[in-house]
Design a protein around this ligand. Structure first.
Ligand code: SF4
Length: 237
């Protein structure tokens, strides 16, 4: 595993950055996303249609950061990656590595419990065409900073995709230009805290073969090694 060190002294880290962890259901910060939210509330009144909260316990060592809720996935169900195509590979992998227990059935009431990680998104509201704008990513970063600050045992962050990777770096008070994103690569962003990069487990990436399940599992092998866990031996199948 290539570990890229921060070019200057590694800071004491995001744990010192205070901030709210979860947005209010009517968070007003991103006008375009607020309009889209209102449109979706009118069109799909039974859906969640609000900023999707983080999922999982805060006292774990691993945080997984995605990009944004999918319209018919997390925006519909209210749980990150739940009902999204990307959630299938992600939750199967978490179960395989002993980071979750139960069964993933693409519903927020499926009883799945995260036991070894928390999941959150860089942008909490669903963006049109799955594409948040830079200002929206910047506005929502305050909540990611809040999550990072609220995880006292955090030792690893997994960023799904380049945007999430850069957002975590900024949330940690560092500059993305000083770090290189790579699938399976890790960088130090604070003392004892590594940021791992992975291609996003999106439908596009998995259908095109850019990301295979084996490649995705490879990143979790590296995280497990960093955390001193037994990796896929923890699976229950
Ligand atoms: S994306 Fe984040 S900052 Fe923007 S409105 Fe939604 S919760 Fe608020």
């Amino acid at each position: 595993m290539t570990i890229q060190m921060a070019p200057t002294d590694v800071p004491s880290g995001p744990r010192k950055v205070a901030g709210p962890r979860e947005p209010q259901p009517d968070c007003p910060f991103c006008p375009r996303l607020v309009s889209f939210r209102e449109e979706n509330r009118a069109k799909f009144p039974d859906w969640f249609n609000a900023p999707v909260p983080s999922f999982g316990p805060a006292d774990v060592e691993l945080l997984i950061v995605g990009l944004a809720p999918g319209l018919k996935g997390a925006n519909r169900t209210g749980r990150p990656f739940t009902g999204d195509f990307a959630g299938v590979l992600l939750y199967e992998t978490l179960l395989r590595y002993g980071l979750a227990s139960g069964t993933y059935a693409e519903r927020p009431d499926d009883g799945l419990v995260l036991t070894g990680c928390m999941i959150t998104n860089s942008v909490r509201c669903v963006p049109p065409q799955n594409k948040p704008l830079p200002d929206e990513i910047a506005a929502c970063r305050v909540f990611l900073s809040g999550v990072l600050a609220d995880m006292p045992n955090l030792r690893a962050v997994l960023a799904l995709g380049r945007i999430a990777f850069d957002t975590v770096i900024r949330a940690a008070g560092l500059k993305p230009s000083q770090f290189k994103f790579g699938h399976g690569e890790a960088v130090d962003i604070a003392k004892g805290l590594k940021l791992f990069g992975s291609y996003h487990c999106s439908r596009y990436n998995t259908n095109t073969g850019r990301l295979t399940p084996e490649m995705f599992h490879g990143v979790f092998d590296k995280i497990a090694a960093h955390l001193g866990r037994s990796g896929q031996d923890a699976r229950t199948e």
